[in-house]
Write a protein that binds this ligand. Structure first.
Ligand SMILES: [Zn+2]
Length: 490
């Protein structure tokens, strides 16, 4: 890579990057969006003004590279990760995370774009004005590029003017819940709300993301079912697991699959798209999704590293760091999730980074039923996916597809998600063979170091992260200025 290495953002450098993928690291082809058949060997690409302006096999293929070049040797160079599901909680709950700490963690984890969820901040992003507050709160604080999902709630679902306003203001799509969200000012939607909003979203060609769980005896209380017998110990993970069975996901996904018919050719919402967030149930729910896709619905689904890394059986009593919704299920389910991901039935991955202040995790009491349901993991999603995925024989190009190409497409980011001529130079350089143990001495950039990955041995270390050609992170060091930009849909 050429240029002044100390040329941190916000100044834009002109960099030439020389790539030497190490054959030992490759289970398949390296991921080049414009050259999918490229296999092993060096590639070079040149970055100018934040864009990739050429990708060639050898410098003499036409590009004139400036000296000196950085040779990243045997490290892997991939498109930066695009995380379509993160809660940064600002404005309003910056004590939970915040744009500065969240995006510093993202940069250290190789994430170059993240899309912020519309809830857990205050106000929730359900109006044009609230989006404006989000953008103002993010300005000058973000180390990576940040886009925003808006919220679909009963209050705006039947109000086409309000939805138009929110979409015109630049949210990349909408998100809704089919069960209580746990946040009072983000009430749940039902199928009729979703059906109503989908044709509006279709006009903008933006997706609707849905938290797909339906509680059989729906109530807006937001509280989870208490155990039926006094014998059920709230400190026991199995008690919590029983309160959110796979049938909740099934019920929601069954309804969504019917709504998704509207997105088919000549449907009421043709051009629209439904995306199911954080799938946990790998059985009936997944079968319904497969069937809907086969029938031509425009439907995608994500899962998260914590569903792929952990199993219910290993979660210790009282260890509420593992609490999320839908819950982490049994080992047998985890195995099927991996298969579905590898076979392409699950389209992509996301962090669902959903931190809170540590007190709300009730770590001392260990009460799974009352603790905040959300897992904190943003900085570790790349090593987590790789560490657990290696056992399942995953390849680097799959990682790039699950973490960059497909999420970029979902978020409508046509110039992100791949190393290709004309794209933003959003790049992660990492070494899959460096091991580390995540312990108290490790630099965790989240606001709170509470994470279920604590104590785990991980493979894969991020060496450098570039956002639009700017070096924003290099081995334990961040750029002095936050040079990410808010992404607004036009
Ligand atoms: Zn979430």
């Amino acid at each position: 890579m050429g240029g002044d290495l100390e040329e941190w953002c916000p100044s834009l450098g002109s960099f030439d990057i020389q790539v030497h993928p190490n054959p030992l690291h490759h289970h398949g082809s390296f991921h080049w969006a414009d050259d999918p058949d490229a296999t092993l060997g060096s590639r070079y690409f040149e970055v100018r003004d934040g864009k990739i302006i050429s990708v060639v096999q050898r410098p003499q293929d036409g590009a004139i590279f400036k000296e000196p070049m950085i040779d990243y040797g045997e490290a892997v160079i991939m498109p930066g990760l695009v995380d379509v599901h993160a809660h940064l909680d600002e404005p309003g709950r910056a004590e939970w995370e915040g744009f500065a700490t969240g995006t510093r963690a993202a940069a250290a984890g190789g994430i170059t774009t993240l899309i912020d969820m519309p809830l857990n901040s205050f106000p929730t992003t359900t109006t044009e004005e609230a989006l404006q507050l989000k953008v103002e709160a993010a300005q000058a604080k973000i180390y990576v590029d940040v886009g925003f999902w808006g919220g679909l709630v009963p209050e705006n679902a039947f109000n086409a003017t309000a939805l138009d306003g929110l979409l015109k203001a630049g949210v990349l799509g909408l998100k809704s819940f089919m069960c209580p969200s746990g946040i009072a000012d983000f009430p749940m939607t039902n199928t009729s709300h979703i059906k109503e909003a989908l044709p509006i979203l279709a006009r903008y060609r933006r997706p609707l993301l849905v938290h797909a769980e339906i509680q059989p005896d729906q109530s807006e209380s937001g509280s989870e079912k208490r155990p039926q017998h006094n014998m059920d110990d709230p400190r026991s993970y199995s008690t919590y697991l029983k309160t959110r069975p796979p049938s909740w996901e099934e019920a929601a996904i069954r309804e969504l699959s019917m709504v998704a018919e509207d997105t088919r050719e000549n449907g009421l919402a043709q051009g629209g798209h439904l995306h199911i967030v954080h799938l946990s149930d790998a059985r009936v729910s997944l079968d319904i999704i497969k069937e809907a896709k086969r029938n031509g619905a425009s439907l995608t689904v994500e899962t998260c590293p914590h569903y792929l890394a952990f199993a219910a059986e290993e979660i210790q009593s009282g260890d509420t760091r593992f609490k999320c919704a839908p819950p982490i299920r049994e080992e047998a389910n985890r195995k099927i999730l991996w298969e579905a991901l590898k076979e392409g039935h699950i389209d992509m991955l996301s962090s669902d980074h959903s931190p809170s202040v540590p007190e709300l995790k009730l770590l001392d009491e260990g009460d799974f039923l009352r603790a905040w349901g959300g897992i904190s993991s943003l900085q570790f999603v790349l090593p987590a996916t790789w560490s657990y995925g290696r056992e399942h024989g995953i390849a680097l190009d799959q990682l790039a597809s699950w973490w960059s190409t497909r999420p970029a497409k979902l978020a409508g980011q046509e110039f992100k998600g791949a190393i290709a001529k004309g794209n933003d130079a959003d790049i992660v350089v990492w070494d899959p063979d460096i091991d580390f143990t995540l312990d108290e001495n490790y630099n965790i950039y989240h606001k709170h170091p509470v994470t279920p990955y604590m104590g785990k041995q991980m493979h894969g270390k991020v060496l450098a992260t570039f956002v639009r050609g700017n070096l924003v992170y290099r081995e334990g060091e961040h750029a002095p200025a936050a040079c990410g930009i808010p992404i607004l849909a036009k």
